[in-house]
Ligand binder design. Structure first.
Ligand SMILES: NC(=O)C1=CN([C@@H]2O[C@H](COP(=O)(O)OP(=O)(O)OC[C@H]3O[C@@H](n4cnc5c(N)ncnc54)[C@H](O)[C@@H]3O)[C@@H](O)[C@H]2O)C=CC1
Ligand SMILES: CC/C=C\C[C@H](O)/C=C/C=C\C=C\C=C\C(=O)[C@@H](O)C/C=C\CCC(=O)O
Length: 256
């Protein structure tokens, strides 16, 4: 299978898109470290995974991407258990315009922090064997959602960080590809709890609902399938893959 022998780390792996990404990576032969702060959901998923794939294919690690210490420990445990890190999916994220500093801390700072710590294991410049990092951004990383400006800012930041790191990696020789995943609306808890998290922008919920009605809603499996493309296609570096219910296409950015 495409990912036989590969070792993946997925943040926010216990539920939603991260759970689907984890399942897809396992189905394609990878070993997966599931990082999440929801221990109950993570351990429950591990029971299912062990029944389906046998012991030894996955590892759940209680890890908050806001904690450098917890990330370091999780990556070290992954490397010790499975023998390294080839794939990182920075997927953990929240949408909360009330606690907007936390949204920045998780969605953007968390992606940067996990990336830098994982590169210590992945980069060929530090003894790694290279690999690929896929950052779960959003369509809101390409176009603004008026009802969640801070969330939009974090996702624009993830797209920009991803593209810059792709260039840094190519130029410096990390041997690591970086790509952004930009799904439109996906049926998960994040979407379901949306209207209670808009804070001062709650008055804009209706216009966003109109956008949801217009664009439609993806299943998590549609998104996970797109991750597999970014992980396995070695020509993809610095890309932003837009995923809609009607299909997917790569973003073309203006060249400066
Ligand atoms: N649901 C949607 O419409 C879309 C979601 N996204 C992005 O996809 C990613 C996953 O979101 P969903 O699956 O929809 O959400 P979700 O709420 O269903 O799952 C998020 C997972 O991340 C975990 N998590 C949250 N904060 C964490 C932290 N500090 N450390 C570790 N784990 C943490 C949660 O425990 C949960 O398991 C997020 O980055 C989100 O912004 C992107 C486009 C569309
Ligand atoms: C409300 C956020 C729900 C889930 C967040 C998730 O990341 C999904 C984002 C999905 C789609 C974003 C689409 C962005 C579209 C555009 O940038 C423009 O077409 C927006 C045009 C009008 C925006 C109207 C509004 O924001 O209410």
């Amino acid at each position: 299978m495409a990912l036989d022998g590969k070792i993946a780390v997925v943040t926010g792996a216990a539920l939603g898109i991260g759970k689907a990404i984890t399942e897809t990576l396992l189905q394609n032969g990878a070993k997966v470290a599931l990082l999440d702060l929801n221990e109950t959901a993570g351990k429950s998923l591990m029971e299912t995974i062990n029944k389906l794939y046998g012991q030894g294919r996955a590892l759940f690690l209680n890890c908050n991407v806001e904690s450098e210490e917890q990330i370091k420990a999780a990556l070290q445990k992954t490397a010790e258990t499975f023998g390294g890190v080839d794939i990182l999916c920075n997927n953990a994220g929240i949408l909360n315009e009330r606690t907007w500093e936390k949204t920045v801390s998780i969605n953007l700072v968390g992606v940067i922090r996990v990336t830098y710590l994982a590169l210590e294991h992945m980069s060929k410049l530090t003894g790694g064997r290279g690999g690929v990092i896929v950052n779960t951004a959003s369509m809101a990383g390409i176009g603004p959602l008026f009802s969640c400006p801070v969330y939009t800012a974090t996702k624009h930041g993830v797209v920009g960080f991803t593209r810059a790191m792709a260039g840094a990696s190519t130029t410096s020789g990390y041997g690591v590809r970086f790509n952004a995943l930009c799904p439109s609306f996906v049926q998960t808890n994040l979407l379901s709890t949306l209207t209670s998290e808009l804070g001062q922008f709650a008055n804009l919920a209706e216009s966003t609902q109109q956008l949801i009605d217009k664009m439609g809603i993806l299943n998590v499996s549609d998104v996970a399938e797109s991750v597999l493309e970014l992980v396995t296609d070695e020509t993809k570096n610095g890309e932003a893959l837009l995923v809609f219910p009607k299909g997917k296409n790569y973003m073309t950015f203006p060249s400066l």
